[in-house]
Structure formats: C-alpha cells, structure tokens
Design a protein around this ligand. Structure first.
Ligand code: ADP
Ligand code: MG
Length: 346
C-alpha cells in the first residue's frame, strides 16, 4: 500500500535540506508550520518513510525525531534480521534446537506477540514458516523440491517455540525449526516509530515500512487517504480509504515472487503445506497498531477470504479489504456500508 504522498515524494538528501534552510534564512520567509518528511532506503530490506507536522520553531526537533525513528528501525533490523548472521534472531536459529538461548526482553516480547497471532489466526501466521521458507529465494527464482518441503514441514509449528519468561530464553522443541520475523517486525518497528514521535509531542504523523503503516492525527482536519493497488497493475488504485489515527498493512502476492510453469511462487507461505499461499491476491488490514495489522495481513492468503473475514470480524477492532483471485473486492463488516463490494477490472 502506498500513502498517496509517499509515491510521489523523492528521497530527500541532507545536502538539499541544508541548502533549503539557508535559502529560507536568506529570503526571510514568514514563520510557518510544515510537514517534515524523509525516506530512507535499505533498512529492513525496504524503504522507511516518516512524515510529521511541525510548527516552525519545532522543525529542527522534527528532523531529530525522524533521526531517532530511523535509528530505532536500524536497531530492530540489527536485532531481528535473519540476513544478518550477528542478529539475535540468527543466534536463536543457530542454537535454540540444542539449548535454551537467552534473549533480550524486546525479542522475547515480540516472540510472545508472534505466538499470540498464531493462536488468533488459527495457525495461519506462524514465524516457524521459515523452517521451509528459508529454502525459497524469490530474487534468484529458486524454491525447494517437494521432497525437501516434506522433510522440513514437521518443523513448522509455533508450538515448537518454548519460551521461559523467568529466564528470558527461547528453545526449539526439535531440530530443523527456524524462525523469521519478516511478517511482523516491520509492523512492530512502525509502532516503535510512532511511540518515539508521540513521546516527543508530535501529534500528526505517518510512519511507513514496506507494507506496514500507521498514522496519528489527521491532515489539516481531513483524513489520510490510502490507496489499495490493483494486484496486476501497480499504477492502478482499486480502493481509496480515508483513515485517521490507525494502522494498516497490505500483503500482496506481487511483492516478492517469480512465476514458473503458470504458478506464482511468492513470499507468503502456508504453514500447513510449505507452498505459497494463494487464496487471495491481496489483503489490507486496518487496526489500532501496526504490529496487529502486520500479524493479521497474511491470514487471508492461508485461510481464504471467508475464514479470514470470520476472524477479522470477530476481533472487534479490525477491518479488512481483500482482493480475491477472481478479482472481487471484499470488505469486512465495519467497511461494508461505506464501500459496497465491486469487481476489480482484470
Ligand atoms: P512486508 O514485508 O512488505 O510487510 P508482509 O507483511 O506481507 O510483507 O510479510 C511477508 C513476509 O512475512 C514474508 O516475506 C515472510 O518473511 C513472512 N511470512 C511468510 N509467510 C508467513 C506466515 N505464514 N506466517 C508468518 N510470517 C510469514
Ligand atoms: Mg508487513
């Protein structure tokens, strides 16, 4: 999902910013509040975008707050990435089948949250998907063979994660288990970013990391408008939603994938089969926090639209927009009256 502003705004270089502030000084522009924004590529394998509203005298504080958000994102990447051999998660994957591994309270908390989402989604969200998932490389167009999948499949089960709160350790109940927080760490990072901005007194802001976003406040008394893209046509928006004070995540089968022999192999894995989960093309989830929307946005791919909507509608604080393989757009109960279902053009 793109915020409508994010898609058009270039990455802002520090040099350009410095030049701009000099220019403002020279022309003695009247004091004005403004949106301060920045996009940084390459953190958590994606682009991080932060935008906040700052009064003129708070501009510098706004820039510092964005620095702090980016630092926090880098810290989460260092801790949680499976692509960094030194990360805590990589250490867990290397050792936890042999012994309990002591972990930070932050990682312990996120593992507990991940397990909570496995329970809520009846096993559709499962960070041990990586026991098979690590054999896929969508950029290199490689995937595991059927015998490889079958051999590794028993290791996928969130119940294999044994957490000891008193000792702050995690252990795997059997060999072959791997975890990957790619399905929840960005949502968590977005929430941390928003907390940092709120703690510094900012009340109108957007933080986005890949498919996960959260907004606080509104934009000049109006909602933030977010667009859900067509699964096959990146430039085409099939639904626009006005949102304030909420988080939203979109998962799509068009994010990381390759097509082979008429089959799309993509990055959301069905924990029951070890294959890509294809019961919807995209799922957008709206809820108070981005950890929650991230933890729930993979569910519809695995369980299908009906089962997923039953779960979303039952949670009370969650809404969703799903695009099915045959192009239908389905809305959760809370969105139905405002936005009647329509068909996406092929
Ligand atoms: P984004 O990374 O753009 O936010 P998603 O929120 O859709 O995209 O997350 C996709 C990622 O979730 C995958 O790249 C993978 O790391 C992870 N993942 C894939 N399948 C599952 C699953 N069944 N349960 C939990 N995480 C998963
Ligand atoms: Mg996500």
């Amino acid at each position: 999902m793109n915020s409508s502003r994010r898609s058009t705004r270039p990455v802002r270089a520090r040099a350009a910013l410095a030049a701009l502030s000099v220019w403002i000084g020279l022309t003695a522009a009247p004091a004005q509040a403004a949106w301060v924004s920045r996009a940084v590529d390459g953190i958590m394998g994606t682009r991080i975008y932060v935008e906040l509203w700052a009064e003129e005298e708070d501009r510098a504080r706004g820039e510092q707050a964005i620095d702090a958000v980016m630092d926090e994102m880098r810290h989460i990447d260092e801790t949680m990435s499976v692509y960094k051999p030194t990360s805590e998660v990589s250490q867990v994957n290397a050792l936890a089948a042999q012994q309990p591994v002591k972990i930070s309270s932050e990682l312990f908390g996120l593992l507990s949250t991940a397990i909570e989402y496995s329970r809520i989604t009846e096993g559709a969200f499962d960070i041990t998907y990586a026991s098979v998932g690590y054999m896929y490389d969508f950029r290199a167009r490689t995937r595991p063979s059927e015998p490889q999948i079958q051999a590794a499949l028993p290791a996928i089960n969130y119940r294999h994660l044994l957490l000891d709160a008193a000792a702050s350790t995690v252990r795997f109940s059997q060999p072959g288990v791997r975890i990957d927080l790619g399905g929840i760490a960005k949502g968590y990072a977005v929430d941390r970013g928003i907390e940092i901005l709120q703690a510094r007194g900012f009340t109108h802001a957007l933080v986005n990391a890949g498919g996960d976003s959260r907004v606080i406040g509104d934009r000049f008394g109006k909602a933030w408008i977010i667009g859900i893209r067509h699964p096959d046509h990146p430039g085409q928006v099939i639904v626009r939603l006005p949102l304030t004070n909420t988080a939203f995540s979109t998962s799509g089968d068009y994010e990381r994938y390759f097509d082979e022999g008429g089959v799309r192999y993509h990055h959301i894995i069905d924990p029951h089969t070890g294959h890509s989960a294809s019961k919807v093309r995209s799922a957008t989830v709206i809820a108070p926090t981005a950890t929650r929307t991230d933890g729930l946005s993979k569910t519809a791919f695995v369980l299908g639209p009906e089962e997923a909507m039953r779960i979303y509608n039952g949670l009370g604080d969650v809404d969703a927009v799903l695009v099915t393989p045959d192009g239908r757009v389905l809305y959760s109960k809370g969105l139905e009256p405002a936005a009647p279902a329509k068909r996406a053009s092929p």
